[in-house]
Design a protein. Structure first.
Length: 70
């Protein structure tokens, strides 16, 4: 997908949730996580799980999203 401008310029909240159980250094996901972690425009959280977070740890992303909703 191509956006007309960087996602950080859109007027919405952004949260990056990274599954770190099978963390692979390098690659697109590591680059996206580093970008989100280093940007004031993003909230960043890590979950100790494989990429199957909804199946392995369903309560954690739900808690994070509910916290964000206020």
């Amino acid at each position: 997908m191509r956006l007309s401008r960087p996602v950080e310029e859109w007027p919405l909240g952004r949260t990056y949730l990274r599954a770190v159980r099978e963390d692979v250094t390098g690659g697109a996901f590591a680059a996206a996580a580093a970008r989100a972690r280093g940007s004031a425009a993003w909230r960043y959280a890590e979950i100790d799980s494989t990429d199957l977070v909804p199946q392995n740890r369903p309560d954690e992303p739900a808690r994070i999203l509910l916290d964000l909703a206020g």
